[in-house]
Ligand binder design. Structure first.
Ligand code: FAD
Ligand code: UDP
Length: 390
């Protein structure tokens, strides 16, 4: 039987769920307080230069999940794109993630793969058998020189705290290679949507638009109408009026520049690893769309500054420090005791999720929604769906 659902947030999480519900014949209201679709993945043309910009920071689609890759391809063309990041540290330009070029350049060596592996093993701190913190993970993996050059300063700037207070998992995101492969990601599928991410989200919502009422520039808090169930992808603590306190986030400030030259830095992303440079990286967005960059005379680029999010700021990175756990637990308990609402996505579950994981979890939630609606009805939908690894 037809039900009416509310989906809070028009990012990837919300769009995937809204499409699914509408495809099953339900009515869906999608509400987002921003004036655009796609949440933090929003892309738009820069009004001055015409370059497609990733409004909330560089987004590269990468995944090992064949279902997710097939899913996104249905909604637009993904151009081949390999993320190759450069780093400026101590007056030199290096390649990241740490690979043979990085090692040979930093140590002024000409090592081959096996020699480099042995060399770095000799630098690594073997007294750390089970690294718990970011610092321990780095020292046990690459030793002090690489840690101090590439990770220590950048991580302090990015997270606003000492690397020995951060979990090891943050560094585990990065590959370490003993060859000259400088692809930033290990995933087999990687690409950039030809028309931008917002066009992909638009296409996800398009087919069943007659059953999806999209309300942009509107806050969920201001809605009075009843729904059979709400899928909420906004911040978990905000749903409960911050009644237990605020979960901590990092936010980003972007300083915009236009270069009169057609090419400012010669690549999409350069990280600035030294602690005395206040920004973490510079992204020059025309390089994210190499197939169209020749048509722009100027180039727009952004310096990225990270800082603690204040109440009025956009939340970007959830900080899941150990101190955060009791508060998070408190909100999760409140969520589980609530009825009529399910929490999804990066903000709704307060986890650092890449786009592919977000989509994977939303698709899995849809699978569960189907069987629950068919057997029990909306009242049985859980506060949190159980994600499995992609
Ligand atoms: P969001 O995109 O945040 O969408 C949630 C939406 O809910 C927002 O639009 C918000 O306005 C709306 N909302 C919240 N509360 C309310 C309310 N009460 N009323 C109305 N609307 C509300 N992932 C990758 O795979 N590759 C990358 O290269 C990559 N780079 C990133 C770079 C940065 C700087 C950041 C911060 C993230 C990056 N990510 C990347 C992660 C990616 O942004 C997320 O995976 C994705 O945005 C999560 O989608 P979502 O729908 O869960 O949340
Ligand atoms: N990092 C670093 N130096 C770099 C790049 C990354 O110290 O040049 C650290 C930093 O703490 C960052 C983490 O490694 O948060 C993971 O890097 P990634 O590029 O995945 O960062 P994100 O995508 O979160 O910005």
């Amino acid at each position: 039987m037809e039900k009416t659902f509310c989906v809070v947030g028009a990012g990837f999480s919300g769009a995937v769920v809204a499409r699914h519900l509408a495809s099953r014949g339900h009515r869906v209201v999608v509400v987002d307080e921003r004036p655009h679709l796609a949440g933090n993945c929003h892309t738009e043309r820069d009004s001055q230069t015409g370059v497609m910009v990733h409004r909330f920071g560089p987004h590269i689609f990468h995944t090992a999940n064949a279902r997710v890759w097939a899913y996104v391809q249905r909604f637009g063309t993904f151009r081949p794109y390999v993320n190759r990041v450069r780093a400026i540290a101590r007056g030199q330009v290096f390649s990241l993630p740490i690979n043979l070029a990085t090692i040979n350049q930093l140590f002024k060596t000409t090592l081959g793969p096996a020699q480099a592996r042995a060399f770095i093993a000799s630098k690594a701190d073997h007294s750390i058998s089970a690294p718990r913190t970011f610092r321990e993970q780095a020292l046990s993996m690459v030793g002090p020189e690489l840690y101090e050059t590439f990770f220590e300063g950048y991580t302090r700037k990015q997270w606003g705290c000492e690397p020995d207070t951060l979990p090891a998992s943050i560094l585990k995101r990065l590959p370490l290679r003993f060859n000259y492969d400088d692809n930033y990601f290990n995933h087999p599928y990687q690409g950039m949507p030809e028309a931008g991410y917002t066009a992909i989200v638009q296409a996800i919502l398009a087919e069943f638009a007659h059953r999806i009422d999209i309300r942009l520039g509107a806050r969920f808090e201001d809605m009075a109408e009843p729904f059979d169930h709400v899928f909420y992808t906004g911040p978990l603590d905000r749903f409960f009026g911050f009644r237990l306190g605020r979960l901590a986030y990092r936010t980003l400030d972007f300083e915009r520049f236009v270069s009169p030259e057609p090419d400012y830095q010669g690549t999409a992303v350069i990280n600035y690893c030294d602690a005395d440079v206040p920004y973490t990286r510079i992204a020059e967005h025309k390089h994210f769309a190499p197939w169209e960059q020749a048509q722009f005379e100027q180039s727009v680029y952004f310096r990225e500054y990270s800082r603690a999010a204040q109440p009025q700021d956009t939340p970007y990175y959830p900080i899941r420090l150990s101190g955060e756990q009791p508060l998070l637990q408190g909100y999760e308990d409140l969520a589980r005791a609530s009825t009529g609402v399910s929490f999804l996505g990066r903000l709704g579950t307060y986890r650092y999720l890449d786009m592919d994981v977000t989509i994977h979890e939303a698709l899995q939630a849809c699978d569960q929604v189907n069987s629950i609606l068919a057997s029990q009805g909306p009242h049985a939908l859980p506060a949190f769906f159980t994600p499995t690894a992609p």
